[in-house]
Design a protein around this ligand. Sequence first.
Ligand code: ADP
Ligand code: MG
Length: 436
Amino acid sequence: MCAEAVENQLIKMSAPLNDSSTGFDLFDFHSSILRGLDAAGFQDPRPIQAETIPAALTGRDVLGLAQTGTGKTAAFALPLLDRFVGEKVPGPRALVLAPTRELATQIDAEIRTLARYTSLKAVTVFGGVSAHGQIKALRGNPEIVVGCPGRILDLMGQGALRLGNVEALVLDEADHMFDMGFLPDLRRILKQLPTDRQNLLFSATMPREIRKLADGLLRDPHVAQLSVSGPAETIDHALIPIREDRKRDLLERILSEDACESAIVFTRTKHRARKLARQLDQSGYRAVSLQGNMSQSQRDRAMKGFRKAQYDVLVATDIAARGIDVQGVSHVINYDVPNTPEAYTHRTGRTGRSENEGCALTFATRDDQAWLRATEKKLGTPIRRQTIQGFESDSGELKQTPNKTSQPQRRGRPGRSRSAAPGRGRSRSKVRAIHA
Ligand code: ADP
Ligand code: MG
């Protein structure tokens, strides 16, 4: 894009953005990208998109911090696609790193939707499946490669993936990509990238200690920080005191409630996820597990089945905590509490997405007292305590410290409506509403 076009765009962007009729015209996107936006059903830019796209279009580094489900994927994808469209140069021109295979697949799908009317190609690479198909796809010279660090390194080692032409690096779930588990691989990949490149970092959370690492990667970044400190406002949070041996009864009670159309249930371990999904299945729920001990084809089947509403309940470990965007998830249930406040924000962020309502319930036993203190401190607000009819005797499990001001307003029924979701919703007897 020439300097004049950029300047015009910045002038347009300086106009107030509270006029929701502005649409995507503001960005002067190529017509093929506008058609892609139409295909995706996106009419107006979300705040994080409006805040970051102009800077990203100029080639500047961006740190985009915004709540879960607010459109960060398109915020990094659109400016890259717009820059690459109509310009045939050797690639890959952009490398997008994500922490899980499921998230890489999802990002790839969104990029393909937005790029549908262009000739741009994206390829996804991750482990757990044969590299053969990925190597073949890479021979087709894709502009964009999306993937998980391990397989990217493997393919680089085999000479199947060369990153010398990369103009832009995207770290989605950026803080997680700097975690100890990923950092060594990330460093090795960075060494192979041209130093003169654009860096786009996006996340809903950015702990202070990790921000330093992120800052080390960024050069004169445009920083867009939209209420990053807490979970999305569209989520109603509650904490339910419960005895460990009563968790399953409580879960079944909640799942059988009418308002619970579709749920992601998080457990601490892979084994617990597998076992609980099996038990729920035996109790007549359409439940499936998603955890790292499953083969990739089993993981794909579970994820696809859940997306298509063949299952109402996904029982998962933290591999489903980040980035996953499934429409109509009305409930996130922390069957076991997560390890960190960040994990709490990401897990609960699987509901209440894209301006929909959602309900996040956390089961807490007396052993979770310390976790709770640390999490509430970090969130800066107490989580509302809730007692469920029939489970009142468990309320003594936690010290009562309800905060009146923390009572979120329930704004009607969360998630997508049944009529909009054919197949979602299993037959079940009506039970009383359990929300106290
Ligand atoms: P985040 O990465 O911030 O958690 P996603 O990029 O996964 O959020 O987007 C959440 C949902 O919002 C997705 O289903 C996405 O397709 C949708 N979405 C993104 N941008 C827009 C937009 N401008 N208009 C309507 N829907 C959008
Ligand atoms: Mg995301």
